[in-house]
Design a protein around this ligand. Sequence first.
Ligand code: SME
Length: 156
Amino acid sequence: MNQSKSKIDLYDQLAAQLSSLLAGERDLIANAANFSSLIFHALPDLNWAGFYFAKDDELVLGPFQGQPACVRIRVGQGVCGAGASKCETVIVPNVHEFPGHIACDSASNSEIVVPLMKGERLIGVLDLDSPLIGRFDADDADGLERLAGILIEVSG
Ligand code: SME
């Protein structure tokens, strides 16, 4: 099995696990907490996985797994703020080459940020950090967007 196929299989499994983990619960914070724990333990080579939620012009720290992180990020600032302002997934293969990257954990070398959208409205972002350079690719973007969609749908 090639690497891409096994990664897609892993996201298929995670989608099924997430759906059953969140079934019957609509609280966004509780569901985001279980979401971050599930992916932090299931996806290899992560040092941080969690959420920032949109409040006014800022992103405010939500449930996460990993080292303590900065609490408030202005929309447009850092990788999270870039994903939030574009409302698009941002993959950063090397955070040290990203202008304005906010270093919360010195172990982080690559990052992916997925916006959480409810229709046209930005709810927040999902943020994953890895100690590996180039850890995240288009399959991660597709898989994580699918998982984020489950969270938003269930927590409606
Ligand atoms: N690196 C992020 C900040 C959040 S932490 O990675 C948890 C950024 O540049 O927005």
